[in-house]
Write a protein that binds this ligand. Structure first.
Ligand SMILES: Cc1ncc(COP(=O)(O)O)c(C=O)c1O
Length: 454
């Protein structure tokens, strides 16, 4: 005799139809192993009664779960968690936005012995100046010049990656918890930072080129509105949108007219891109510029830079000194070596070549589900309604594929238009191929279930 299932899902009051929320709740509980392979789900009528939802809603949700392989129905017996979905095998992580890792142990051995041979022990054993040693600042500025950013070393502070530079910029410009304009969907680290620094991010509507100028202008017209804009004009994270030169000029014109200071996050400037000048070159007097070596050479190096207008320099130094204090000269010595012996350049080119190979693979597997971009980084964007995105992440996780939780890239819980970011740089090529195959199937069945063309 089959016993009655004692389990009832907790149905959130969040976004999405009741059947979508029931699907998400069931998938979550399967993943959390509150329900194990072979467990029997409550009968349709019983669950509808307990959750006070329609019988059709339960039928629809169970049908959807079955199409996705999460449960199976045995005629006359009931609906059961399928063995296939309760997998414990290795997961495929498509949530970490890192470049492909191409550095070998041999390269590190060569680098470290060269650093050891020529380093100045005094430099390596004492506190450097807060902004870093002048020579290292000049070297970083020269690297940025090669990427098309005219960087003045005397305004440049070396930081522990771009994230540390953003921390300084946010603390500096959103003093007293002032709000900051940004793109509707943004870098998850910025969402987290805004919470820490107490400033509220105000997401603005976007199109293929990022923030819509008219939306910025209108929002900025409000009295006592934000006076800071955080923006990633090139290969925006997560949406991949890239501002054309004319869009950049429009944004800068509005910021000048409305007296807005810009925090420009340019970490995806991977080549000279002469036709897409940094905002910091179009409006140097009002742009705080952020970049790092993380996406172009090596994220483990933890080296980044903040370039600020003169008026902000002393304050930026003060914030840096009170947070990370300063960047390690060991890191700078490695960077110096890579810049001098050509490693940085060669590795950067190799990473981009590999990124292109991965992008082609991704485009061929995901087809029209993914947004196309002329500029290639390490993430792609699958636009979809926010409610679908939340479900999608849960369903992917249930299949052992980790994608970035959509709420972590969203500035607001009310945003209707959302999407899923897939990071294609970090996994092995084989993992990427298999993960993307599963992602494509998942999206297809999600669209089919909603009666939309897949
Ligand atoms: C837009 C953006 N800004 C900043 C960062 C942080 O970079 P870093 O590793 O140099 O701290 C990232 C990392 O993913 C990013 O995507």
């Amino acid at each position: 005799m089959l016993i009655q299932s004692p389990w009832t899902p907790w149905l959130s009051k969040g976004e999405g139809s009741p059947s979508e929320r029931l699907v998400a709740a069931l998938a979550n509980d399967i993943l959390a192993e509150k329900l194990l392979a072979g467990d029997r789900l409550p009968a349709h009528r019983d669950l509808a009664y307990r959750l006070q939802i329609g019988l059709g809603t339960v039928t629809k949700a169970y049908g959807l779960l079955e199409r996705r392989g999460l449960v199976r129905t045995v005629r006359g017996s009931g609906t059961f968690v399928s063995a296939a979905i309760s997998r414990r095998g290795p997961t495929i992580d498509l949530s970490r936005n890192a470049p492909p890792s191409l550095m070998t142990e041999r390269l590190f051995t060569r680098t470290l012995s060269a650093v050891a041979r020529k380093s100045d022990a005094a430099i390596l054993s004492s506190y450097p100046p807060t902004a870093g040693h002048d020579e290292y600042r000049r070297q970083f500025a020269r690297w940025l010049n090669g990427l098309g950013m005219e960087a003045n070393p005397s305004r440049l502070l070396l930081t522990s990656g771009a994230h540390n530079a953003l921390w300084v910029a946010f603390s500096l410009l959103s003093r007293n918890g002032g709000p900051v304009f940004t793109e509707q969907h943004t870098y998850p680290g910025a969402v987290a930072l805004s919470r820490l620094t107490g400033c509220c991010l105000i997401g603005l509507p976007m199109d293929q080129e990022g923030i819509v100028p008219a939306a910025l202008d209108e929002a900025a017209s409000a009295e006592n509105g934000p006076k800071t804009l955080y923006v990633t004009p090139l290969i925006q994270n997560p949406t991949t949108s890239t501002m054309s030169k004319s869009r950049r000029e429009e944004i800068v014109e509005i910021c000048r007219r409305r007296d807005i200071i810009i925090i420009e996050d340019d970490v995806y400037r991977l080549g000279p891109n002469a036709s897409l000048p940094p905002l910091a070159m179009l409006a140097p007097e009002r742009t705080v510029y952020v970049n790092s070596m993380s996406k172009s050479v090596n994220p483990a190096l933890r080296i980044g830079a903040l370039i600020v207008p003169e008026a902000y320099y002393a304050a930026a130094e003060g914030v840096l000194a009170s947070t990370a204090l300063m960047i390690s000269p060991f890191t700078c010595a490695v960077l110096e070596q890579w810049l001098l012996d050509g490693t940085a350049d060669a590795v950067s080119k190799a990473i981009q070549e590999e990124a292109r190979r991965r992008y082609s693979l991704t485009a061929s597997i995901l087809g029209s589900a993914m947004r196309r971009s002329d500029h290639i980084g390490y993430h792609v964007w699958l636009p979809m309604p926010s409610a679908d995105a939340v479900n999608f992440e849960t369903m992917a996780r249930a299949q052992g594929i980790i994608v970035t939780p959509p709420l972590s890239t969203s500035t607001s819980l009310d945003t209707k238009e959302g999407g899923i970011r897939l990071c294609i740089g970090a996994p092995t090529f084989a993992e990427l191929t298999s993960g993307l195959g599963a992602i494509a199937n998942l999206r297809r069945s999600q669209l089919q279930a909603a009666g939309q063309p897949a």
